[in-house]
Design a protein. Structure first.
Length: 566
């Protein structure tokens, strides 16, 4: 089942279904009045006395945390506004999940744990709080849920006990972030009009186009036949050994969970709406089609196998210097990517951000209005006690769900890094002269200060979701144009329902799924890179998944779902 997107602007909305009233989904509690602090919907949280809350931080190497973030940047600003000091425990983004998992299991976790994509593995051990029991104390969160009918979306992250354990980023509408960029000047010279092709092209079409582009480049002396013209990022070190972004995009085009998308999926488990049952997409005919197409790019000398091992900087350097002519990008990175190419190659280089190809469907990879979010450790409740814990939750409510904190974390303080400007009669946010921001896709001169690198604004840890107006307030004309094309050429799949296991069932599923996913990822990369032959070794691969309990996972998932829907 899928719906064609009908919006004519840059937004793709996921269908919303009515759910039981929010008040019936949470355990009723007696209200705990604020004492010694102020809070409220549309109000600034402020503690009368200084307070310290510990918080985890996923530190990305491409914009690593600097001391200036604490002394004069985002963390200083939060403390100035709220009187809350954040005691930061920083982990490298590459092993962030493993590190917070160890911390939770050892009882040394921070109070606030952001940047969490799946909480399932943490629920059974009792190390994190059922935050749905406390959302009644979170006025900004509750207002957003009610305004945009987020209950059906939140139902997808509820556990068997009817509660959820992660405060997710919530979008008014689903937004596709990642896509691909091409050197339009070279594609055009080779005889290919991407603007026409992208309307209905497939990954197979892209393959044939790249064959033609490479043939042209070889004839012009721009590369050798042995060279690759595509060497992608977000697949190697930042792809977590799973194929990252590229295999997620391609997989979604073939109804398969792969790359980043397979994490937390219990082994590529998806729902078949026609058969009304769950199945493993990782051993499906669609998966075989997907890896066959993905492999064709490497087999025919187009995609560099180093894509799946190299650093993102390496991929960027190849594209910026003109060695490659196609690369993944996203809305925050594309302006920097265009600027990076022009800086080295010059103005003759023309880049174009495409609506990425389709496979057996035209679906976007993103379907949910939810994204990564925040867990709260049980340690926080144990150490603070109920009253002070509610105070913490009201601070979290301000930091992650208020418009004020969203703008502060994303743009910095008004008047310091940005201000309003009138463009075509409309008030919009604009960076002040002398500033730029890679995180917002707003480039500038080499001498301009990048507000993300210098002060930590527009980082990935502390602002998620929000209204369409807020989440698109930094969109450049290029990004707006891309989303208009998404609306014309792509569709949005219906979100899969979720089977909600008990703690014992979840533990069993995790025990089965962990080695299974490792196996799937290893085989996927071997198939894609040609180390394994898809036709000759397919049965061996399927058997390896069956030996690692994929059939048992599917059966248990269906049993759980059938029981809960009776």
């Amino acid at each position: 089942m899928k719906r064609v997107v009908t919006t004519t602007v840059a937004i793709m909305c996921v269908a919303a279904m009515f759910a039981a009233p929010w008040s019936k989904k949470t355990k009723a509690k007696k209200d705990i009045a604020a004492s010694g602090y102020t809070y409220g919907e549309g109000k600034t949280f402020h503690s009368d006395k200084p307070v310290t809350y510990s918080i985890s931080f996923s530190d990305a190497s491409w914009y690593a945390m600097q001391d200036t973030w604490k002394t004069e940047g985002i963390f200083k600003d939060i403390e100035k506004v709220t009187n809350v000091h954040l005691d930061i425990t920083s982990y490298d983004s590459g092993d962030y999940n493993q590190k917070i998992n160890l911390a939770i299991n050892s009882g040394s976790a921070t109070y606030i744990i952001p940047k969490v994509y799946s909480e399932d593995q943490y629920v059974a051990g009792g190390g994190v709080v059922a935050v749905s029991d406390y959302t009644q104390y979170m006025p900004n969160f509750t207002a957003f849920v009610n305004k945009y009918n987020m209950n059906p979306d939140l139902d997808t992250i509820r556990q068997n006990d009817g509660k959820f354990y992660r405060l997710p980023g919530m979008h008014q509408a689903a937004l596709q972030d990642y896509t691909i960029m091409v050197r339009d000047d070279i594609f055009t010279a080779a005889g290919y009009d991407i603007r026409k092709l992208e309307k209905d092209w497939t990954w197979e079409t892209l393959h044939d186009v790249l064959v033609g582009v490479k043939k042209y480049m070889v004839a012009q002396g721009m590369c050798k036949q042995s060279d690759y013209i595509w060497s992608d990022l977000w697949c190697g070190e930042s792809g977590k050994g799973q194929g990252g972004n590229l295999l997620k995009l391609m997989g979604a085009s073939y109804n398969v969970l792969s790359g980043w998308a397979i994490e937390g999926s219990n082994g590529g488990i998806k729902y078949d709406y026609k058969k009304k049952e769950f199945y493993s997409s990782s051993i499906s005919p669609d998966f075989k089609k997907f890896i066959t197409v993905a492999n064709s790019f490497i087999k025919d000398g187009l995609l560099d196998p180093e894509t799946f091992t190299q650093t993102d900087d390496t991929a960027h350097n190849k594209f910026y210097s003109g060695k490659t002519v196609i690369m993944s990008t996203n809305r925050s990175q594309m302006a920097n990517d265009i600027a990076g190419v022009k800086k080295i190659v010059g103005d003759k280089a023309q880049c174009y951000v495409t609506a990425y190809p389709s496979g057996t469907n035209k679906n976007l990879a993103e379907t949910s209005r939810l994204e990564c979010g925040v867990m709260i450790s049980q340690k926080a409740l144990d150490e603070l006690g109920e009253k002070e814990f509610v105070k913490l939750m009201r601070f979290v409510d301000w930091m992650f769900y208020s418009e004020e904190a969203y703008t502060l974390c994303k743009w910095g303080p008004k008047g310091k890094t940005w201000d309003y400007a009138t463009v075509n009669g409309k008030q919009i946010k604009k960076l002040l002269p002398g500033y730029k921001c890679g995180g917002l896709g707003l480039p500038g001169a080499d001498s301009d200060i990048d507000i993300r690198l210098k002060w930590g604004y527009a980082g990935g840890n502390y602002f998620y979701g929000h209204s369409t107006a807020e989440s698109t307030d930094a969109f450049t004309p290029e990004v707006q144009d891309l989303y208009a094309r998404y609306a014309k050429y792509k569709t949005v799949a219906v979100v899969d329902p979720k089977a909600k296991p008990t703690e014992d069932q979840r533990e069993q599923l995790n025990l089965w799924a962990t080695p299974l996913i490792d196996n799937i990822n290893a085989w996927t990369l071997k198939f894609v890179t040609g180390q394994k032959d898809i036709n000759r070794d397919w049965d061996e691969y399927v058997k390896s998944c069956q030996n690692l309990n994929v059939d048992k996972i599917v059966k248990l998932t269906n049993d759980i779902y059938k029981k809960q829907t009776k």
